[in-house]
Ligand binder design. Structure first.
Ligand code: URP
Ligand code: ZN
Ligand code: ZN
Ligand code: ZN
Length: 464
């Protein structure tokens, strides 16, 4: 047969167009797009379906050490399986440098965990927590040249946060190498001050997580991160933006001519701080940073997606089990919000939530959906063969049933957590078949691929 695989009769969407076409695949790549393609050794009938580039989730945490006695709910096997079922073909997890560790040592560990265990392709962002002269002078530039072209710095979390001087020095590596810096913007000292006040008042329930990390601490840190990037004169990614005032900072920086990439996540569209108020410490299920806000913030984030403030829509999948001594309800976590591990699962529900709430409700069109969930991630993070349905690209394709009706139930998901923060949310549209490098991995909701089919991908510098 002329093709290994033909996806026939579907509606293809790219970041700029939506059109009816068959997609022909050979040797793992898209080789022809058009009408009435010749026969494929394998054929998928996509009539009535959408044929989209596989999702790229450029913000996920897998197997990341998260404190004494705490274990992340997903390793590379369960996390990428869950990603795959959610219509993704590539994930970018973080490689955390622990203090005193070299970045190479850290990477060796993550590669060992990922190799042979992934259902999706993967690459790593680096988290720089120990910006020593040798790390910034030699190691990091060498790693950028090797294809680790992005790194994240934190302004919060004891043990992770960098001070302004360290952030400037780390950004300078980006200036010298062309790599991209991602910043977690929350003012740690302000948070610690507020935590002190809540503890003095005996106010220790999960809801205090949100009140000790109010919008102002994110707004201030966003402003500062943007200013530091301006001092160094580098582009910057502001990750997991949750509210209007932080969005306004991004808009203002752009108006000054700065190159800023904004990212938001499902939790800022469909959750609020009120979710942290549950009975019996159930609010712990929604503890993530920045915390979900209010209706006005949700509206601001939707507006940011509609108007282009946000280029990236990611999950920030950072899963912990709820009813588990190594998770949200660890012995200390039951006593104070401070000890509830930060992060929520969402790698499988990211795309269905944006599709249902965004495309089906008319807030964004399908081309914008594709840009926000795949194409822009590939451009920003240098995955040159991915993120588009186009000749020559990797045949990473998600076939969606736009009319599928589902209610999110954790029991139907494929991650290693024991709950979904989106339990009960009604969804219209779900990916049914997922193809990775020309290989069918999920067929009509059934897993047919193997772990190990997903491979590591080195990255180029951003094309902004
Ligand atoms: O609470 C969150 N988001 N945990 C994940 C780590 C991070 O800051 O992205
Ligand atoms: Zn690897
Ligand atoms: Zn973060
Ligand atoms: Zn994160």
């Amino acid at each position: 047969a002329p093709f290994d695989l033909v996806i026939r009769g579907g509606t293809v969407a790219t970041a700029s167009d939506v059109f009816a076409a068959d997609v022909g695949v050979r040797a793992g790549r898209i080789v022809q797009i058009g009408e009435r393609l010749e026969r494929g050794a394998q054929e998928i009938d996509a009539a009535g379906r959408l044929v989209l580039p596989g999702g790229i989730d450029s913000h996920v945490h897998l197997s990341q050490p998260s404190g004494e006695g705490i274990v992340m709910a997903d390793d590379f096997e369960s996390g990428t399986r869950s990603a795959l079922f959610g219509g993704n073909t590539t994930v970018l997890p973080f490689c955390l440098q622990e203090r005193g560790q070299s970045l190479r040592e850290a990477l060796t560990g993550y590669h060992a965990l990922a190799e042979g265990n992934c259902y999706t392709d993967h690459s790593f962002h680096l988290i720089v927590s120990d910006p020593s002269p040798s790390v910034l002078g030699q190691e990091l530039p060498a790693l950028v040249a090797d294809g680790y072209t992005s790194f994240k710095v934190f302004m919060t979390y004891e043990g992770l946060r960098l001070n302004d001087g360290q952030i400037l020095e780390t950004m300078d590596v980006a200036r010298r190498t062309g790599a991209l810096v991602m910043v977690h913007c929350e003012n740690e000292d302000a948070i610690r001050y507020l935590i002190g006040r809540h503890e003095a008042d005996g106010d220790l329930a999960p809801r205090a997580h949100a009140t000790t990390r109010p919008i102002v601490v994110e707004r201030e840190a966003t402003h500062r991160a943007l200013s530091l990037a301006e001092v160094v004169d580098v582009p910057v990614v502001i990750v997991h933006v949750s509210n209007g005032p932080a969005i306004d900072e991004i808009r203002a920086a752009r108006a000054r001519g700065r190159k800023v990439i904004g990212e938001t996540c499902p939790q800022y569209l469909v959750l609020t701080a009120a979710d942290l108020d549950g009975m019996d410490w159930e609010g712990a299920k929604f503890v993530c940073s920045p915390p979900p806000r209010d209706k006005a913030s949700q509206d601001a984030c939707w507006n940011g997606l509609e108007t282009g403030v946000f280029d990236l829509f990611s999950s920030d999948h950072c899963p912990f089990r709820y009813d588990d001594p190594a998770g949200k309800l660890n012995p200390k976590g039951r006593t104070s919000f401070r000890h509830i591990p930060n992060g929520i699962p969402g790698v499988e529900t990211r795309l269905p939530i944006l599709f249902s709430e965004g495309v089906m409700k008319g807030r964004i069109d399908l081309a914008r959906f594709v840009a926000l969930t795949a194409t822009n991630h590939a451009k920003v993070y240098g995955l040159t063969a991915k993120g588009r349905i186009a000749v020559g690209m990797d045949a990473d394709i998600a076939i969606w049933d736009p009319e599928a009706r589902r209610t999110i139930r954790h029991a139907d998901l494929h991650d290693g957590a024991d709950y979904s923060p989106y339990e009960g949310l009604e969804i219209r549209g779900w990916p049914t078949t997922v193809v990775l490098g020309g290989k069918v991995m999920v067929r009509e909701g059934e897993l047919v691929g193997q772990k190990g089919d997903g491979r590591y991908r080195a990255r180029t510098l951003a094309s902004l």
